[in-house]
Ligand binder design. Structure first.
Ligand SMILES: [Zn+2]
Length: 501
């Protein structure tokens, strides 16, 4: 796959240079035309009607990729750790910008407010889904504008389809937590394709929380003429033009599993993207939003290896858009950005100074969440001792008491810390109290620290995010701007009409 990515990069650059040459010839030709037309005007003294050139310049196919929680350090980490250095498809894009992410009420935003900014071009308060901060006015979204123009629309995410980021592109709600009410809006949204995660709002515990309960979301979608695809095999058989909701194996939150835990389905997000392109492709064009949502979840967990793998999976989805771009280079715009940074990730830490050992993260075989799930099974069975737990630490993280590689050897102090955390975590819970798992984050923390990774937070930060762009109108994304400007630029380039609903 690395080779494929490198080929993308070469092809992108080739395409870019070819376009530059075409542009130069086109400029000369245009200059000649201007001289000829001017001469005609001067001789005839007739006013010239403005030719309808604007429409021809609009991007017909627009992709917006959102790496949730993907700050600049996260991108670099993935590139250094997993690729042949500097070879992610997104970092080979010819245009780079930076965007601020603050919400209407906080310097540090959340996915609700940030995605509302990216979907509507307007600021709102944190936790809000495409409504103004007063929670009265709904804000018109890019998919709504695109649909009004006759374009098809698609929304893909590796987390639940009613999670804040995808939700902001099809729903309007005062709170991101009203998951059922948000999911309810899928059927009436007019969006042609939903792909990726399931609906957490459709879980019984969230159905009962809703005052607007109207039944099972999948049944409601079917009665609104959406075909349901329960896996990517079923999705592949759906005919272009059909309204479709496709999901796959999902976890207790409706999300796809972390990329590093999917041995046989690493490219799920790419598959949902590729199939979405197949379904949406039509002469009037389309808008497609694809979210790498698990990047953020890995950042919240301070799990660097999982971050790097999910960015790689996200980048493969971008690769699918690039395949399409190569067939329609003059009509396609691809924008890649993040809604915010998460975790305050630093590449380098106080323990290691100028030294980094990111390759140590290759010893981590499963995500922190998957390891925590194993621990909770041990706890239920009450059969696993601390030495047995350390065996699993060696198997899944490479860390052990007597390791030939000193970078992976647990010190006496580490061992004491882990024993203390283990005993605390395995304590029997009394009714109504839940003992948090402090053992798993301690193990991940030791490996991250040894690698030279620093985490400063378990939540989001205000660090500006990168914006990568290629294709029709991409030059507009050069420079330093606000996240609301990303939506405004897309609207302008695609000829969409923004207005309050
Ligand atoms: Zn988050």
């Amino acid at each position: 796959m690395e080779l494929v990515t490198i080929n993308y990069k070469k092809n992108i650059m080739k395409e870019y240079h070819r376009q530059q040459c075409t542009v130069n010839s086109a400029l000369k030709f245009a200059l000649l035309l201007i001289i000829m037309v001017s001469a005609a005007v001067l001789t005839s003294y007739k006013p010239i009607q403005a030719a309808p050139r604007e429409a021809a310049r609009e991007a017909r196919y627009v992709f917006l990729f959102i790496g949730d929680g993907m700050g600049p350090a996260q991108v670099k980490l993935s590139e250094v750790l997993l690729q042949d250095k500097h070879s992610l498809a997104m970092t080979a894009f010819p245009v780079l910008g930076m965007a601020t992410t603050h919400s209407a009420d906080h310097l540090i935003t959340d996915s609700g407010a940030a995605s509302t900014a990216l979907a509507t071009g307007k600021k709102t308060t944190i936790g809000t889904i495409s409504m103004a901060g007063n929670h009265l006015d709904t804000l018109k979204t890019i998919p709504e504008m695109a649909k009004a123009k006759g374009m098809k629309t698609g929304i893909v995410s590796s987390v639940g389809i009613d999670d804040a980021t995808p939700a902001s592109f099809y729903a309007h709600n005062a709170s991101r937590n009203n998951l059922y009410d948000i999911a309810l809006q899928m059927a009436s949204s007019g969006v042609d394709y939903f792909g990726g995660g399931y609906s957490a709002g459709n879980f019984p515990e969230n159905q009962t929380k809703s005052k607007a309960f109207r039944g099972d979301i999948t049944a409601l979608m079917q009665s609104s003429h959406y075909v349901i695809a329960h896996n990517t095999t079923e999705l592949a058989s759906i005919k272009p033009g059909a309204h479709c909701w496709a999901y796959s194996d999902y976890d207790s939150k409706g999300a796809l599993s972390f990329a590093m835990d999917r041995r046989n389905g690493m490219d799920k997000l790419a598959e949902f993207t590729r199939e979405g392109i197949r379904l949406l492709n039509n002469p009037k064009g389309f808008f497609m939003m694809v979210e790498g949502g698990k990047i953020d979840w890995a950042c919240h967990a301070n799990d660097a290896a999982a971050v790097a793998h999910d960015i790689e999976a996200f980048d493969k989805a971008i690769g699918e858009a690039l395949v399409f771009y190569r067939h329609h280079p003059k009509e396609t715009l691809i924008v890649v950005t993040a809604d915010h940074e998460c975790g305050g990730l630093s590449l380098g830490n106080a323990t290691n100074g100028y030294e980094t050992h990111f390759d140590l993260l290759h010893h981590q075989k499963i995500s922190q969440q998957r390891f925590a799930e194993k621990l909770s099974v041990w706890k239920k069975r009450d059969l696993v001792t601390f030495p047995m737990a350390l065996d699993s630490v060696r198997a899944f993280y490479g860390l052990s008491l007597a390791h030939a590689d000193s970078a992976l050897a647990l010190s006496k102090k580490d061992c004491n810390t882990l024993r203390e955390a283990y005993l605390k975590t395995m304590k029997t819970e009394s009714a109504g109290t839940k003992i948090p798992d402090t053992f798993t984050p301690a193990v991940t923390g030791i490996l991250n620290n040894r690698a030279g990774i620093g985490w400063n937070s378990n939540v989001h930060t205000a660090v500006p995010v990168q914006v990568f762009a290629i294709g029709r109108g991409a030059e507009a994304f050069k420079g330093f701007f606000d996240n609301t400007d990303i939506a405004k630029k897309i609207m302008q380039i695609a000829g969409l009409k923004p207005s309050i609903k």
